[in-house]
Write a protein of this length. Structure first.
Length: 147
């Protein structure tokens, strides 16, 4: 390993958690400002891609296995579609958040904000992150699990 690699790896090891925190911030504040699930998911994926570029695809696949990635893709989609179906169950249209009765909140606009920011955006963010990482692993040269 070259000395340059040590510096690059150390800097990336220090900066990746901050990128991930920023990605979570973008996801959770997407309803009240610029951003949202898609943008935050791409930022989270970029942090993983940066990690793989510094430490190699084998280490990246060790950190985020295909099984874990598949579970994340499915979970994000389940959260998004589950909230939409919950609205249908309570008599609204698909993704009509105001139709979902929450016992501790009376106003429909507050219910919408909670379900959008706390549910739908998180589901979209998880799915986008997992799909972007999957695309990267599939297109990465020599990205087979046997590296």
């Amino acid at each position: 390993m070259k000395e340059e690699d040590v510096i690059i790896r150390t800097v990336i090891r220090l900066i990746v958690p901050f990128i991930q925190i920023f990605g979570l911030y973008v996801i959770f504040h997407g309803g009240s400002g610029p951003g949202g699930g898609f943008q935050g998911g791409v930022i989270l994926a970029a942090s993983m891609i940066l990690y793989v570029m510094a430490f190699g695809v084998h280490e990246g696949r060790r950190r985020l296995t295909e099984k874990t990635n598949m579970i994340m893709r499915s979970t994000g989609l389940f959260i998004y579609s589950g909230i939409g179906l919950l609205a249908v169950i309570f008599g609204g249209k698909y993704l009509d958040y105001g139709a979902v009765p929450l016992p501790f909140i009376d106003h429909p606009s507050e219910i919408r904000a909670i379900l959008i920011d706390g549910g739908v955006e998180v589901g979209v963010g998880i799915t986008v992150m997992a799909v972007m990482v999957t695309i990267f692993f599939e297109l990465y040269p020599g990205g087979t699990p046997d590296d």
